[in-house]
Design a protein. Structure first.
Length: 295
């Protein structure tokens, strides 16, 4: 028996070393792979650009009906305009992903190829210009966790996974975590996007407080605010005045649906169908009984 002790000791050391060399949980989301696709949709009333320069605003916006420009950086629509932003993973090289991002607002549409550090969510243009972090996904967390949401230099904005919601999604009813990123509004937040860079908008002073909903299995955003997101900044846009954007299309498996909630929601329909069937059987029985008596 004693001859096995050195071997056992060696195996324990090997197991411990492998845990550190090959972590059990990768910082790169498992769902990010070539061809992965996400699309979000929401209605937009106002658009705020980074710089007060009318010449950099795409011409398509000026051709839309009922548009008004304020201060060369703020567009307002008389009626809400449909907006969509889609993301396609075109390529991966280690922890760096090449994303094709398309933004569509009314008749305006533009596509950018952006580089994303998949372990930090930091996004850059193809020439290396930094755009900040994306909030499309977050690190795995559970209710009660307080996690870094946006980190730029010495500024860190935290989000708290406050509670679990059962949300209707394109893949049935899913459990979703609400990430409350609003505590910094009491620690120096002032808003304002005028003549500042995308990196600056992601600091405590400028980053808009929010509560976004993330799938509890993949930690992909299901519904939330896109303002100051790096993918949006690639188009020179700081923020929208809009409704929350919702995930409307994806080829990513969001995980198993919450069947129990789906069952509870179905109970009224089950009762209604059962009542109709009972009524049909009852009246059929009465009719049959009357037929027998008349003979």
């Amino acid at each position: 028996m004693s001859s096995f002790k050195p071997l056992l000791f060696f195996l324990i050391l090997l197991s411990i070393s492998m845990i550190f060399v090959f972590p059990l949980h990768s910082s790169i989301p498992h769902w990010i792979e070539h061809g992965a696709y996400l699309e979000y949709e929401g209605n937009i009333h106002d658009i705020f650009f980074y710089f007060s320069n009318e010449s950099v605003i795409p011409e398509q916006f000026f051709n839309m009906a009922g548009v008004t420009i304020y201060g060369d950086y703020h567009l307002s629509f008389r009626e809400d305009v449909n907006g969509r932003i889609s993301l396609l993973v075109k390529d991966m090289d280690g922890s760096i992903g090449l994303f094709e991002v398309t933004l569509t607002i009314g008749s305006y549409s533009s596509t950018k190829n952006l580089l994303v550090d998949l372990s930090t969510r930091q996004v850059t243009l193809s020439d290396g210009t930094p755009l900040g972090q994306t909030t499309i996904w977050i690190q795995p967390c559970k209710t009660g966790d307080r996690i870094p949401f946006i980190e730029q230099g010495n500024s860190t904005i935290f989000g708290e996974a406050s509670e679990i919601f059962h949300m209707d999604t394109i893949q049935s009813i899913q459990d979703a975590i609400m990430l409350d990123a609003s505590e910094h509004q009491w620690k120096g937040y002032v808003g304002s996007y005028f003549n500042i860079s995308p990196i600056e908008t992601q600091t405590i002073k400028h980053f808009k407080p929010r509560g976004n909903f993330y799938d509890a299995d993949t930690f992909i955003m299901i519904e939330g605010i896109f303002d100051e997101d790096a993918f949006l900044s690639a188009f020179g846009i700081a923020s929208f005045l809009s409704e929350d954007f919702k995930l409307v299309s994806t080829n990513i498996d969001l995980g198993p649906p919450n069947l129990l909630v789906a069952l509870f929601r179905s109970i009224p329909y089950i009762i209604l169908v059962a009542a109709i069937l009972v009524a049909i059987v009852y009246f059929a029985f009465i009719k049959k009984k009357k037929g027998r008596k008349s003979r």
